[in-house]
Structure formats: structure tokens, C-alpha cells
Design a binder for this molecule. Sequence first.
Ligand SMILES: Nc1ncnc2c1ncn2[C@@H]1O[C@H](COP(=O)(O)OP(=O)(O)OP(=O)(O)O)[C@@H](O)[C@H]1O
Ligand SMILES: [Mg+2]
Length: 363
Amino acid sequence: MYIQSLKLLNFRNYQNISINFSPKINIFYGLNGEGKTNLVESIYFLGLTKSFRNNNDLNLIKKGCTYTKLLGHIKNEYENDYMVYLDNNGKKIKVNNENISKLSNYIGRIKIIVFDPNDLKFVKESPSIRRKILNISISQINQKYLYYLNKYNKVLKQRNIYLKQFNKYEELDFNYLDILTKQLIEYGYEIYHIRKEFITKINNYLNNYYQKIMDKNHNLKLVYSSFYNNLKQTELLKLYQDNYKRDFIFKQTFYGIHKDDFLFYLDDEMLKDWGSEGQQKNAIISFKLAQIANIKENFKENPILILDDLFSELDNLKIKNILDLLDDNIQTFITTTNIEIVEEKIKNAAKIYFIEHGNIKEV
Ligand SMILES: Nc1ncnc2c1ncn2[C@@H]1O[C@H](COP(=O)(O)OP(=O)(O)OP(=O)(O)O)[C@@H](O)[C@H]1O
Ligand SMILES: [Mg+2]
């Protein structure tokens, strides 16, 4: 799939711009702070209604304005017009002029993979950051996932609130706690299985990409760590019940998929504690490439790819290896401050835009 055109109103430092893109490579260059990341961020926001920069949504609205609006025309087998509008009261989403009220009916229509310099740290980050990445990755390809996740989070919240209501353990209504716990297990189990399947699929590609980028023989794999691992629903219920007292004392739910993590292992060592910076970065890039391959396998089409400032993070050879691994038919957005270092071969195949102070010129 690819985005054919984009119109931005009051998005970050853009007031009102319309652009047509190449279905292949698009390069945006310009000095620091001119709006390169803002532009690719807008494409991501159109697809996922969230930013990949960990920001408050309202920061996306141009300073001094009350709303922002993004319009994109997306082509794949079909052609669709997408609109995301954001103001103080929240978001409105439209597809072909029809309102979409549920986010889970929207996410996944436009598939986007981003390489963002901040991602290059996620091996070392906390499990919650990795879970977030997992959630975004899976919700793009599995319509039911976001639905189960919302249900799970609701029950989890309800359960934790219930635990806080009593001073004495004996006062709890254990039948009610059983009901909440069973619901939690029911939704958690669905999420567990979807996550497990996703990680298995990613592992089918991961090491192959890693070896090609690194040019060395290593074995990289992702390991899914979950309390739900290999337990039947009845065994899980028993586990929860045996720990009701502990949950009551701490006023929170100790077990569950809200504690899941996924970890990279390189040659059977945990990459987080053992790998070099470069090994960690390339593991993440291999993960992204594996995601692209997985999307292609499942949907018979490529996602849109955003490479934000990758040139400042990786040497030219690695970038060449990465681009060589990509299908020619994947629409790619590259941002860089230094157009000189981009290989001629890539530049010749690309539409190139110069960005200055929220203005875009095709060159
Ligand atoms: N809500 C907003 N309204 C107006 N301007 C904004 C808003 N949010 C961010 N900006 C401006 O956008 C600029 C940052 O743009 P962006 O992050 O796209 O830069 P960049 O071209 O990617 O730079 P770099 O090369 O440093 O990554 C900053 O100058 C900032 O002041
Ligand atoms: Mg930037």
C-alpha cells in the first residue's frame, strides 16, 4: 500500500500544505528543527492516530491554533480517503467521509512501520515500553487484539479498584473476585495467544535479517515471557486464587499479561545485558524488517515504511544492507539532514523534497 497524497492543516509547524508522494522512495532533507520528523510523524498519525514520539496529542496542533486536520489518499487494491481531526475535545476519524467511532475499526487499515532513533533503545528500556511496541505492532495486523486489550484493561482496573475497597481480607466477596478473575483470564488468554503467535512469526524471519545486516554468523531470537506461559485456564485460576491475599495486601493484580515482556537473545545471552550498542540497534532493525515480512505474508501487501534520521544512527554500509533487503515496491520515507551521504542509487530512484521552516519544495 502507499500514500498518494497528504494534506496537513495546522499540524506542528505546518500551516497548510498538500503533497503528492512517490509510491517508492521519498527523501526529505533539511536542517535541524525544520519539520522533517513532523512530516513523517503526520503520516504515522494518520494511520495510527498516535504519534511515535511519546508526546501529548495536543502538541501536534500548531501553536496558536485550536485544531489540526490531516487528509490522506491511500492506494492499495482499493483507494480510500482518510481523515483525522484533533482538537481539545478529542479525535474524529473518517474513511471516505464516513465517521469511524471505534478505534479498533480503524487501526490496521493503514499499515506503517517506523524506524525512529528512539526505538533503537528499546532493548534496554523497561518492559512497559516493550509491551507498548508489541501492542502497536500487533494491533496493526490483528483486528481483535485491540478489542481484547481494552476489555482486559477494563477488568484489570475494575479488579484493582475492588481490592482497594476493603480494610480486612475477610470482607471480600470471593465469588465476585472469582468472576472478575475469570474475565481477566478469559481476555488475557486471548491476548497471550495472539502475542505468542506474533512472536513465533517474527522469529521465522528475525535471525535471517540480522545475519544479513551484520554479515556475521549469530543466532538472534525473541523470547516471550508471560505468566500465562503453558498454563491452562483452570491452572491460571488456581494461581490467582492462591494469591488473592497477596493481591489484597498490595491492592493490585500481580499476575497477568500486563506484566508480559519480550526479550532478545543473541547466541543464548540476553542482548539487553550482554550485547553491544550496534548489536542492539541491528537487532531492533531486524525486528522491524521481520514485521514488514510478516505483514507482507499475511496481507500480500507491503506496509508504508518510515526511516526517520536513520543516517545519523547507522553507518552507510548498514543502511545500504537494510535498503537492499527491502522490496522495491515498498513506499519509503527517509529523512536526513545530509542529502550528500545518501547513495546515488537511492537518490536516483527517489522523489526528493527540501524542507525549510514548515515549507516543502520538491527538488
Ligand atoms: N505544535 C507545534 N506548533 C508549532 N511548531 C511546532 C510544534 N511542535 C513542534 N514544532 C516545531 O517543529 C520543529 C521540529 O520539527 P522536527 O522535529 O520535524 O525537526 P526535524 O527537521 O526533524 O529536525 P532534526 O533534524 O533535528 O530531527 C521545532 O522547531 C518545533 O519548534
Ligand atoms: Mg527529526
